[in-house]
Write a new protein. Structure first.
Lengths: 208, 208
């Protein structure tokens, strides 16, 4: 019996079908691809493109989108600092479950604070946390402004907007960095290819 | 743009690989098998047995165990009424994500209150919520008492224990009921077979 956080009398049930069995069924290895970057940096675009590419290779992935989860699991959370932290913690915990289920879990969140991302990394004890930094200049993201949010933030109508009046802390040791080449942003297909190559090289696209 | 709960400026991103694509890949249909019942009624036993049976048929399932999740996603929650409700809400939301990912998600929780379970059922808009009621007499569960919890509850050392000093509200319209036959509890294999037959009959074990 154990006491964990606010819970007591909690047992851990071991089940005989484990991660390795599921990986064998899927012929892939479960992991978390964590995409971080400014609003407008292309996180969702990469997530979708990567999901398509993996699916075309017969691999099972699932996208956890920070915005989408705020409609469900995290609908009780807002944007103040502790809510952002809790938002990211929960996404990290769910991503961990998906990786354990054998899926390539693609998490797409601004996740601006290093300590929150590192907290999620630490949840994946076997090191299957692949951090992808969308390293796009703020000016490029703001120029795109597909959602019109930068305009609202500049006008002071959104407070605490990452990159404007709230900091973005870039990763110090991410596995993959997406950057412009000669001032040109990579295409969705190129971005997905960069991540897929990494997954292939590291053996995530097969079970042995 | 939408306002959802405490969140504003949240968009919904549609991705081109959808549930149907994943179901085709897996040759099964995503759903939630929600196992409810008293402590000691055999929920975890059925969950494991069902997971084994599905795996042996090449089907991908994943178990969300109420106790296990209290080590991670729900470690901030205790056992008071609102925490129990939030615990179940979150498991429901995560189960919904797993079903959307194409998995047969097996959720195993006491989940004593009807309104909490019905809240989870309502999350699955397409009706893929299969409620399994472990209808075992309290005396049988208490006699087993594998975790020694009933003894503690009877001694007043655990407060608010379901079946002792907190109510269990049985389902009114569950899809599957596990019962004793002639005073004998079904074996894990028989219980799993009952659920697997249901899944097969309803077409969950193929994608079309």
């Amino acid at each position: 019996m154990a006491t964990v956080g606010n819970s007591t009398n909690i047992f851990w049930h071991e089940c005989p079908v484990g991660k390795l069995d599921r990986q064998r069924l899927l012929n892939q290895k479960g992991c978390v691809v964590w995409i971080t970057g400014l609003s407008g940096s292309g996180k969702s675009t990469l997530a979708c493109s990567l999901g398509r590419e993996l699916h075309s290779r017969g691999k099972l992935s699932y996208i956890l989108d920070g915005d989408n989860l705020r409609h469900g699991l995290n609908k009780d959370l807002g944007f103040k600092a502790e809510d952002r932290t809790e938002n990211i913690r929960r996404v990290g915990e769910v991503a961990k479950l998906f990786a354990d289920a054998g899926l390539i879990c693609i998490a797409s969140l601004i996740s601006p604070y290093r300590k929150d991302r590192d907290g999620c990394r630490a949840m994946l004890t076997d090191g299957n946390f692949i951090e992808v930094f969308m390293n796009m200049p703020l000016a490029v993201c703001e120029e795109r402004d597909a959602k019109g949010l930068y305009k609202l933030a500049r006008a002071g109508k959104i407070k605490g907007f990452t990159g404007i009046d709230d900091p973005y802390e870039p990763p110090l040791n991410c596995e993959i960095e997406i950057i412009q080449k000669d001032g040109v942003c990579p295409t969705p297909y190129e971005m997905a290819g960069q991540v897929t190559s990494y997954l292939e090289d590291k053996g995530y696209l097969r079970d042995e």
